[in-house]
Design a protein around this ligand. Structure first.
Ligand code: ARG
Length: 467
């Protein structure tokens, strides 16, 4: 962007000529790492406060630096961060502006630190904030899932395996499956947060420093649980970013699967759901169309988020200790994944909260496809003490007969059922309705409406929702 051809003001002592245009461009991270400005200011303030406490920098200078940093922050807040490629990154941009504002005292800020521990600290702080944001988004999604599940604890739909009708389930049960997935995502993010919450600040370039710094003090000031324990690892570790991306990738897979359900359910042959207008689009040529674009994009975004994880894994593989400039490329994939994930979570939360479930269509579909065949087999086992394998065979004959006549199982006359197996009597019909089928599945975690209501109540308590 800017084209200062003189020697660099930060390392001008060693380099006579300025960087070539290509060098300047490939080196500059300010176009993306300006997103770290809040964390960079906070870490610098903690650092200078510690330098003063330890008597490494005089109190007067430290106060001047802290005030100056507040002023820089105010400017960034008001006007954005200026992008001067000669200043490379957010760290040099801030320090150089500080020097313009307060003069030579600014030069004392970088005592006993390096951009290597500085960027490791800033980025950890940023990822930690991103985790807190993602957690509140996921909480909102779980809240929406639980609300709709409570509404539909007794709404019957076909349950599928291989996307073929398998057994009737309830819509509430189906939605609560996603509540479970999102709960595991939240716990993965929480694990990542707990693991990353150590401060690399004070590791300096790679080997630590001879200044009498207090790393515990800066760690505490920045909300870390303590300092990291190896300076080489501190500046070269990006596990925290990978942990975040792994959790994000897995979460995006769950969102993609949920999106896929909505896409299938909204298609005309299914007709299980009318998507909210606010999260659909029309077609420029086919007036009747209402397309599930938001859900499709959530499904698509998961590919990009997994790509972000892959990108950083491959960047990190094979890097020797300690810092290498490759690691500057850690930020774009994390930033990209974070914004894609936040949008995806918001879109799916809206979709779950506002979808109009067409329970009549779901129930009608559950009646098709011999979804209660297992119930006939179970009935034979229970009432006639027939081994399950044999009961399975008898039921198969009944399904075949009903299918050849184009009717449901419970529409077969008793004589026909008796002709298949004499041990069948009229009580069997009570077991063949879809209501009886779901009500029977009352094992822990099963689809019976009473069981689903229990799980919903538990979930509401776990989320801290008032009854
Ligand atoms: N902009 C750099 C990054 O994001 C900061 C660290 C630079 N350190 C160095 N020794 N060149 O990784």
């Amino acid at each position: 962007m800017s084209g200062n051809s003189g020697s660099n003001q930060m390392w001008g002592g060693r380099f006579a000529a300025g960087p070539s245009a290509i060098m300047r461009e490939i080196n500059a991270s300010i176009p993306f790492d300006k997103a770290l400005w809040r964390q960079d200011i906070a870490a610098s303030k903690a650092h200078v406060d510690m330098l003063a406490t330890q008597g490494i920098v005089e109190a007067q200078d430290a106060a001047l630096i802290a005030q100056g940093l507040d002023q820089v922050a105010g400017e960034y807040e008001a006007n954005g961060v200026p992008e001067d490629w000669d200043l490379e990154d957010i760290h040099m941009t801030t320090e150089s502006r500080l020097a313009e504002l307060i003069g030579p005292a600014a030069g004392r800020l970088h005592t006993a630190r390096s951009r290597n521990d500085q960027v490791a600290t800033d980025f950890r702080l940023w990822v930690r904030d991103a985790i807190d944001q993602v957690d509140s988004g996921l909480l909102a999604l779980q809240t929406a899932l639980v609300a709709r599940a409570g509404e539909h604890a007794g709404s019957i739909m076909p349950g599928f395996t291989h996307l073929q009708t398998a057994q009737p389930v309830t819509l509430g049960h189906h939605l609560m499956a996603y509540y479970e997935m999102i709960g595991r995502d939240r716990s993965r993010f929480a694990d990542a947060r707990a693991r990353m919450n150590r401060s690399p600040l004070g590791a300096a370039a790679l080997a630590g420093t001879g200044f009498p710094i207090d790393r515990f003090r800066t760690a505490q000031a920045l909300g870390f649980d303590g300092p990291t324990d190896n300076s080489l690892d501190s500046v070269s570790d990006r596990d925290f970013a990978l942990d975040y991306l792994m959790a994000a990738a897995q979460c995006s897979l769950h969102l993609s699967r949920l999106a896929e359900e909505f896409i299938i359910w909204a298609s005309q042959p299914f007709g299980f759901v009318a998507l909210p207008d606010s999260l659909s689009t029309g077609s420029s040529i086919m007036p009747q169309k209402k397309n599930p674009d938001a859900a499709e994009l959530v499904r698509g975004h998961s590919g990009r988020i997994v790509g972000c994880l892959t990108a950083l894994m491959i960047t990190m593989k094979g890097l020797p200790l300690a810092y290498s400039k490759d690691m500057q490329d850690d930020k774009p994939p994390v930033f990209e994944a974070a914004s894609l994930l936040a949008l995806s979570i918001a879109a799916m939360t809206g979709m779950v909260a506002e979808a109009r479930f067409r329970t009549d269509r779901m129930r009608g579909a559950a009646e098709l496809g011999y979804a209660t065949a297992t119930d006939l087999a179970d009935w034979l086992v229970r009432q006639a003490n027939i081994p399950f394998r044999e009961a399975h065979h008898i039921t198969g004959s009944a399904v075949k007969l009903a299918e050849s006549r184009g009717i449901a199982l419970d529409q077969l006359p008793l004589e026909d059922l008796k002709a298949i197996d004499a041990r069948i009597d009229e009580r069997v019909y009570a077991a063949l309705s879809v209501e009886a089928s779901v009500a029977a599945r009352c094992s822990h975690g099963g689809t019976a409406p009473a069981e689903v209501r229990k799980r919903v109540a538990q979930a509401r308590a776990a989320l801290g929702l008032e009854e």
